[in-house]
Design a protein around this ligand. Structure first.
Ligand SMILES: O=C(O)[C@H](O)[C@@H](O)[C@H](O)[C@H](O)COP(=O)(O)O
Length: 266
């Protein structure tokens, strides 16, 4: 197996340029995937990311009916709860674009009540299993790959270097079997979450991190310049031919020595 390729860092003068370039990048990835196999499989996370996808709204190149969307991580709360990533993405994106509802794969709402009614981990396990089955169903035509190969996984990074719901020092960092796992002790509230695991993230064709603002400068410096520290975001290194990209603004990249790559819209 080849070594993973080095991250590609693209930094933009301001948030508008970042959002617009990210939209072009996503549309290009979508075109390649749709041409090759008629669909585009994407995973998205929460935080500030959904808002940074608003460059896609109204762009004629986006073939929303070809998208199949999963959540890179999700909080175990009802889907209309203010903490829900699905709710956040619906507010910022899905409600504004013609994506078929059934193409956005949520955690099973029928299982959430049981999980909130008790502290039993069984209920969380059941939600994680059901979401994994949903993924297996979508990726059923996968060759004989051990893990799904997403066309694109979109991630944010927290101040502590976490990504999706993969946190420093957590035993889940060494999960090498499951596709989806739950946690009950997220340091970032709410505590109970689902997350795609590292093997899934690192099998993707493309992973794009999106980060903006000066409050991300120290984190990016550690993640990109000191990968040996092993922060969760540094561990995102998709296996060849997968590629990880960083879409950031100059404020977030201000302390990073790692070389920038000019972004070209083709
Ligand atoms: O649901 C979540 O909590 C997120 O998926 C999480 O991984 C997020 O992406 C980072 O914490 C960055 O969040 P910000 O973009 O808001 O800094």
């Amino acid at each position: 197996m080849h070594a993973p390729s080095a991250p590609i860092l693209c930094s933009f003068a301001n948030s508008d340029e970042l959002v617009e370039s990210l939209a072009h990048f996503i549309i290009k990835a979508q075109k390649e995937s749709v041409q090759r196999k008629g669909k585009f499989t994407v995973a998205v996370s929460g935080g500030s990311l959904p808002q940074q996808l608003n460059g896609l709204i109204g762009k004629p190149g986006v073939k929303w009916d070809k998208w199949q969307v999963f959540y890179a991580d999700e909080r175990i709360v009802p889907l209309d709860h203010e903490d829900s990533n699905h709710n956040l993405c619906t507010t910022h994106l899905w409600s504004k674009v013609p994506i078929p509802k059934e193409h956005v794969h949520t955690i099973d709402p029928n299982l959430i009540d049981a999980a909130s009614a008790s502290d039993a981990e069984d209920a969380l396990e059941e939600i994680a299993d059901a979401y994994e089955k949903e993924l297996i169903h979508e990726f059923a035509n996968k060759d004989s790959a051990r893990f799904p190969i997403f066309d694109l996984i979109l991630l944010g990074v927290g101040p502590d270097g976490h990504t999706a719901s993969l946190f420093s020092g957590h035993p889940l960092l060494s999960e090498d079997d499951r596709w989806v796992a739950y946690i009950t002790d997220s340091p970032k509230p709410p505590a109970r979450r689902l997350t795609l695991t590292f093997p899934v993230i690192n099998h993707a064709a493309r992973v794009a991190f999106v980060a903006s603002g000066a409050n991300k400068a120290d984190t990016l410096q550690t993640v990109l310049d000191k990968p040996e520290e092993g922060l969760p975001a540094s561990r995102v290194r998709p296996i060849t031919p997968g590629q990880v990209y960083w879409f950031v603004d100059d404020a977030a990249a201000s302390k990073v020595q790692y070389p920038r790559t000019p972004f070209e819209v083709k």
